[in-house]
Design a protein around this ligand. Sequence first.
Ligand SMILES: [Zn+2]
Length: 440
Amino acid sequence: MRTWIEVALLLVAVPAMAAAQNQAKPSPKIMPKTQSSEAVHRAALVIDTHADTPQRFVDEHFDLGEPLRGGNLNLESIHKGNLGAEFFSIWVEPTLYKGQYARRTLELIDGVKQQVAKHPDRMEFVTTPAGIEQAHRDRKFAALMGIEGGHSIEDSIPLLRQYYALGVRYMTLTWANSNGWADSSGDIDDKAVPHTKEGLTEFGKDVVYEMNRLGMMVDISHVSDRTFFRTLVITRAPVIASHSDARALCNAPRNMTDAMLRAVANSGGPNSKGGVVQVNFFSGFLSQAYHDAQKAIEPEANKAIQEMKDKAKAEGREVTYSEIEKIQREFADRIPRPPLSALIDHIDHIAKVAGVDHVGLGSDFDGIGGQLPEGIDSAADLPKITEALMARGYSAEDCRKILGGNLLRVFREVEQVAKELQAEGRPRITEKQPFDKPQK
Ligand SMILES: [Zn+2]
């Protein structure tokens, strides 16, 4: 309720304000009320958290300066799509490279660094949120790295630390394979594969703690539901899903339930602003129809891949991931692509369930056999996502968050938590490691 004095003041003030407004000259720089989606996209710092292009760097000697040749990412498409930063996935195929996980990990890391070295005028190797922003100001594409699959550390915390030292800034605890200390959604129903009792072993908890302490983002894409929830209980920093979709829209075991989406939004300590789910563009995780069609042709595709492997073995060589991907692509091309709206539906769903501060982009470019929704063929098509989001009523501010702002916020907080943990100087890891055997 207003007092009579306030009312009296208002009576005096209102005519005075009206007079002032009448005298004011129209501003020469009136901002348009609605920015075009093109302008919003151009002005945004766009960050994608998952591309498997390092396989191409190493196996095909692919150079980002070359034409796409069936891939999704090169310097031209990066420029056209205004992609500011990419987390290149350091993914070691667990069967092909058995016994050589660390070697393959290092070769893929080198592959990313060689690309940066070849294009110093257009690219920059970056390991911090501030570095991403600086590269953006310098009009350079920021290259970062995340490891996909905890098997890369070969049960060794010292290896984890050295990967951090080489610039790796996230690690998915598993890929499609359980690794003894964390379980994967990819084989959780396979009785022949040993699994943990509670989602993480004691060693697995140490891995998460050490990632928190180093400032390496904990990535829960690919893990089993139990490993997911166990990780969220123990992590001191907010987590990311570098490339995951919503299970409510497409029932794939690797997609996340609404409870999981909310848990990511609430992850981190009591003062945390929460983590982020970066939407995967893979048609098989976006569309139920595509997912089902793919399941139906899977046995035939696997048979073709096995035949190729056997043939290569008879010739005395190993097949590469690129060769396997080629066959997967041939089979996938038989299934009609879902519309772009399928991808937008997932962003929209996660924004509604977890909040618009907890969703972003994790394309999985170059890792999904070109199985992308209609209209998305390369990084050059990223502006179409902003256009579609704005058509659905997302504001320019919302779009900036989804395109990269949310990931930057989480990355900054992970750095901050690392500083706090390092100041605590907890001896837990250094006392127990490195020579304790992981608990199976
Ligand atoms: Zn993946």
